[in-house]
Design a protein around this ligand. Structure first.
Ligand code: HEC
Ligand code: HEC
Ligand code: HEC
Ligand code: HEC
Length: 125
């Protein structure tokens, strides 16, 4: 009986340790919700539920982090999509986001599921 209690206690301890480590590790990499805000932007910032997309919907990293040698270690979009004056064929910051986010949401809606496509559903006051 006693040995069993110790064993159970040890397993619980080990599991909670694993949990704490996995949580702090995940948070270090990317937060569950990222606030996206263009410098000088006039609309309400967009609260982007990263975990909902990457973990719950299991959308591939490379679908959004599309030009990365390693999509799990991405650069920020603004590095290649500046606010103004992007190179030929490369959309500027706002258009890059709108195209990536809204195009997919339209496909989701076309399949009969819910995803925001209206301005105020993303730019929430
Ligand atoms: C699926 C989500 C989504 C929808 C729908 C959406 N946007 Fe955005 N928009 C974004 C994201 C993400 C950014 C980049 C981060 C930021 O600055 O808000 C952005 C940026 C912008 C910007 C530049 C930043 C600023 O605040 O001035 C403007 C202007 C804008 N959106 C206007 C609109 C308008 C108008 C609509 C509706 C016709 C719309 N958006 C619909 C996600 C969305
Ligand atoms: C639906 C689109 C989407 C998917 C899928 C996605 N991400 Fe992201 N991720 C973003 C956006 C948008 C940002 C914010 C980028 C920025 O600030 O320029 C971001 C930010 C990050 C950051 C933080 C980068 C920084 O500089 O702070 C990391 C790390 C990251 N993502 C990893 C991942 C991994 C790993 C996956 C796959 C398991 C993934 N992402 C899937 C859209 C996505
Ligand atoms: C390392 C540079 C780089 C990063 C980081 C990057 N992009 Fe791009 N992106 C490009 C280039 C270059 C193009 C031009 C078209 C092409 O070569 O596919 C492009 C094109 C696009 C397009 C248009 C694609 C099409 O099919 O018309 C969208 C939308 C886009 N990027 C969104 C994003 C978003 C959102 C992020 C951040 C999550 C991001 N990009 C991060 C380099 C980058
Ligand atoms: C490849 C497809 C895809 C891309 C790209 C994508 N989304 Fe989504 N998004 C979804 C799906 C699917 C849902 C519905 C998830 C659900 O309800 O469980 C969703 C839901 C959302 C929601 C609503 C969450 C809620 O709690 O109801 C927001 C906000 C959102 N997305 C913002 C964004 C922004 C901002 C971007 C661009 C940075 C983006 N999404 C890119 C597929 C996508």
């Amino acid at each position: 009986m006693k040995r069993r209690t110790i064993l159970v206690g040890f397993i619980v301890f080990a599991l909670s340790l694993m949990f704490v480590f996995s949580v702090s590790f995940a948070q270090k990499k990317v937060s569950d919700v990222i606030t996206l805000k263009m410098e000088g932007g006039k609309l309400a910032p967009v609260n982007f539920p990263h975990a909902l997309h990457a973990d719950k919907q299991k959308i591939e990293c490379a679908k959004c982090h599309h030009k990365e040698p390693d999509p799990t270690q991405p650069e920020q979009c603004i590095k290649c999509h500046p606010i103004t004056g992007a190179k030929e064929g490369v959309p500027v910051f706002k258009d890059a986001y709108h195209k990536q986010c809204i195009d997919c949401h339209k496909e989701v809606v076309a399949k009969g599921n819910k995803a925001p496509t209206k301005c105020t559903e993303c730019h929430k006051k």
